[in-house]
Design a protein around this ligand. Sequence first.
Ligand SMILES: [Zn+2]
Length: 307
Amino acid sequence: MSILSQPYFHNEEAAYEFVESRLWRNGPICPRCKGTDRIGKMGGKSTRIGTYKCYACRKPFTVKVGTIFESSHIKLNLWLQAIFLIASSKKGISSNQLHRTLGVTLKSAWFMSHRIREAMRSDEFAPFGGNGGAVEVDETFIGHDKTIKPKGQKKGRGFHHKNKVLSLVDRDTGQARSFVVDDVKAKTLAAIVRANIRKEARLMTDESSAYTAVGREFAAHGFVSHMAGEYGRGEVHTNTIEGFFSVFKRGMKGVYQHCGHNHLHRYMAEYDFRYNNRIALGVDDQCRAYNLLAGVVGKRLTYETTR
Ligand SMILES: [Zn+2]
């Protein structure tokens, strides 16, 4: 049976029931008093779908309260379609495509995709490289950061005017974590490396001098000299992170052509999420969509913050 034939993609009531089953594993929870005992489902023709009432605080609520779906007029089954599409498209899916496929306005599609990206943002801050594993670190440049004014140099040369991203990949767990950075100076990169990688880890980078000093703080620091045409010596390489960057870059060029500097961190959260929930780690499309859905809680995003 096609995954797309699931009732929760087509019927709003089924969509509510499905989201409730995923977010309220032990029954409805009142978003105000967190109570679970004195809650009743509201019925009747004039009642909105999925409405419950907490008899402790006497207020109605739905499963959408406190999630990215709150105060959205888009039907919940369409949200689930969007979540599935974004979760299962390796390189991402444009707002234009969502607009055409879901039949919502372009503005709604754009807003939905930003909210869904917010749901993909990880709350995991535990440092990489526990047990002395290898962690690859590398930076890459993408698009044009229009917030940077050219300082007299020839337009389009070098990477000064580009958006800069620093990513880490823990080779043992297969997890990636990315940061949009203002510059690639040693001080900037070292602060992120220090905060996100355990000292017992083995750091793997290229020959960039930005990593030389901070590299000494770790159990080991292996680096390859890309300038000298070297791509690796045994475990000393950055091939894993380059694989991650290649999916991200193909997606950013092919799908999200115009991404402003102020939104880039959301796209990075999207690529991190799909990489961290990839098939090689045993996460299939459906499971990835479920994991995405679990992230909708506590990630409210207003129209103002996405502008
Ligand atoms: Zn309550």
